[in-house]
Design a protein. Sequence first.
Length: 191
Amino acid sequence: MNELELIQKLKDGNESAFRYVLETYQKMVLNCSFKFLRNVESAEDITQEVFLEVFKSVSSFRQDAKLSTWIYRITVTKSINHLKSQERKKRFAFLSSLFGQDAPEEKIEAGADADPGKILENVDRARVLKWAIEKLPENQKIAFTLSKQDEMSYQEIAEILNTSVSSVESLIHRAKNNLKKRLFNYYKKNF
């Protein structure tokens, strides 16, 4: 079955077509969402939301992009919206902590044979890199994440972001420069 037939079956409410789409794209959606959220449970929740959205919105799918690109676009949007929601919750938790209601501390777990110094060093590096990526403007963060973590081509990213390939190249170039500056300043200041 080609993509046009699949989309038509989805629009007609065909259950086996939806099951096929779910089985085909579920891992891609979960991985994409996880790369933004860094939390398995949240990524699984977003994955469910994405496929509910696909099911509800397929009738309005204009087919100006591939089905996979459309699903990716929904995933990125829902992941970013979730991050924004989490950020609002963090701000509220911070304000609550000012008034005596502390949030629980995060704990780091490791295997029995792991080198604690190496683990803490890697956790710290990952934390700093995540912090630097989070500080990027949203469009740079998305383009950089899709390129470096999902290993997508500039053409694929352009389709997802609904922009040109040259814009994607520019976004990624600016993201790299911003990351270099932030990381250099961070390590210069702290070490």
